[in-house]
Ligand binder design. Structure first.
Ligand SMILES: Cc1ncc(COP(=O)(O)O)c(C=O)c1O
Length: 469
């Protein structure tokens, strides 16, 4: 702000010169933001070697979250996940991974050439979505694979199911295994009750959060925190962040990360209560709509549903996708939809104009028809939990050398997948390279396809790449 107010003359990057050189028709739209979009000028510090304002802002962040060190990320949780994995795991090393992880975790494991051991998550019956790991399964994996170099968790799930990780972290630490947590959807968990416990409060070693998902921060803005007693080398994390993040980090994103931290800090108990009671009144209004099933808590005692997440389902058994389409016709845009659910992310603030929003939702519901070929996740959706702890058929290095052939998806049962199949959203792979294609997996893929969810990179999806026998 100080720099902007000094009326600076720019002979440096970026080329828009504080917003003065810009397509005229868009100038007014971008003007205020471009004035903040500067670069590593004297006095504006450097994300890759912070000594001034960025250092101060990151210190404030660490102190708010009680972390040993905290970092601004300008390439999302994606880059944080990749950096924390590179800092912890070497090629060929074994690592325990919660199976419903984001693709950035799988991408990092592939690039490292690590050997993942997947632990199958539990499933929430109401939404039929994967949640978190059962403590016993983690213990079994730790005992079977005592050479594991890390445990990688995702908490909360995309749909907002969160568990207290304290016991899981304790068990991993007892085996000297560091715990790395993708907390992309939980940047607000540090607020305390009624929000779930943050992985940092459960002693996880590294925690990455997408500030842009639930806090008022700009898209791509995330935080990475290192815990006070972390088993992971701080210098290694910094080394990889320098490699993977842009050498021209966005100042508007960094500033918004600082402001989001400030916003969180400004939320006292009173304000949080006001927000929660505004949410409750909105949820009650939603519940009064008779064509809607509203899920705002969790049946399983181990989990809480993040108060910022509400899942709705059409009670006439229409798919979540068709419900979402009707809502969009009324100008209401939601986070994601699948065969069964539509996920709403509530603001970390009071919900304004509730009656108007509810009447739009009510209008949308009038248009929700049951299609002829309806696929309902609750009727025939399968999450295979037969093998709770499983290994890939080949190492990533071996996969690179193997011959790949394309075959009909319907005929592929028993083969080893050579490509990743990701329904988006939620961006969690149904099938990963190296996994056995079981008949249950084929049913799962069919359900996603039939429900209209986009399978990334596959508009027509009748064939699949598999490793040649
Ligand atoms: C669980 C999870 N982890 C990581 C990511 C990636 O986060 P970002 O968009 O901040 O890179 C996402 C994005 O949807 C996610 O859902």
């Amino acid at each position: 702000m100080n720099h902007k107010e000094s009326n600076p003359i720019s002979f440096h990057v970026p080329g828009h010169k504080n917003g003065n050189v810009f397509l005229n028709s868009a100038k007014s739209l971008f003007k205020d933001l471009l004035a903040l979009d500067v670069t590593e000028l004297n006095g504006l510090d450097d994300l890759h070697d912070p000594e001034e304002v960025i250092k101060e802002a990151q210190n404030l962040l660490a102190s708010y979250y009680n972390a040993k060190k905290s970092y601004f990320l300008v390439n999302g949780t994606t880059v944080g996940n990749i950096a924390m994995l590179f800092a912890t795991i070497n090629t060929g090393e074994l690592v325990l991974v919660q199976r419903n992880c984001h693709k950035s975790i799988i991408n990092a494991l592939t690039l490292i050439g690590a050997t993942p051991i997947f632990i199958t998550p539990q499933v929430d019956i109401n939404t039929m979505t994967p949640t978190g790991l059962q403590h016993d399964d983690v213990i079994e994996a730790l005992n079977t694979y005592s050479e594991a170099k890390a445990l990688i968790l995702t908490n909360p799930s995309y749909y907002g199911f969160a568990q207290d990780l304290t016991k899981i972290v304790e068990s991993a630490h007892a085996s000297q295994v560091p715990v790395l947590v993708d907390e992309a959807h939980g940047a607000h968990f540090g607020l305390g009750k009624p929000f779930p416990k943050s992985a940092l409060q459960c002693n996880a070693d590294i925690v990455v959060q997408s500030a842009h998902k639930t806090l008022p921060a700009m898209t791509m803005g995330s935080y990475l925190h290192i815990n006070e007693k972390s088993l992971v080398d701080v210098e290694k994390v910094e080394y990889y962040l320098k490699i993977f993040q842009s050498s021209s980090p966005s100042y508007p994103i960094m500033a918004s990360l600082d402001l989001a931290r400030n916003y969180l800090q400004s939320l006292n108990e009173n304000r949080i209560n006001t927000i929660i009671s505004s949410h409750s009144s909105f949820i009650n209004k939603l519940k009064s709509l008779n064509k809607l099933k509203v899920i705002s808590d969790c049946q399983e005692s181990n989990y809480i549903l993040d108060p910022l997440k509400v899942i709705i389902q059409a009670s006439n058994k229409a798919t979540g996708i068709s419900l979402q389409k009707q809502l969009e016709k009324e100008g209401i845009f939601t986070e994601l939809a699948d065969s069964k659910n539509v996920l709403l992310i509530l603001p970390l603030a009071e919900i304004k104009n509730q009656q108007e929003v509810i009447s739009k939702i009510s209008d949308a519901l009038k248009g929700v028809k049951v299609p002829n070929r309806e696929v309902r996740l609750n009727e025939n959706f399968v999450f295979s939990r037969n093998r709770r702890v499983s290994k890939l058929a080949f190492s990533y290095k071996e996969m690179e050398k193997r011959k790949v052939v394309t075959m009909e998806l319907a005929q592929s049962s028993g083969k080893i997948a050579a490509e990743v199949i990701i329904p988006y959203p939620p961006g969690i792979p149904v099938l990963m390279p190296g996994e056995v294609i079981t008949s249950e997996k084929l049913t799962e893929i069919k359900n996603w396809k039939d429900s209209g969810v986009r399978i990334q990179g596959k508009s027509e999806f009748n064939n699949i790449k598999v490793f040649d026998d």
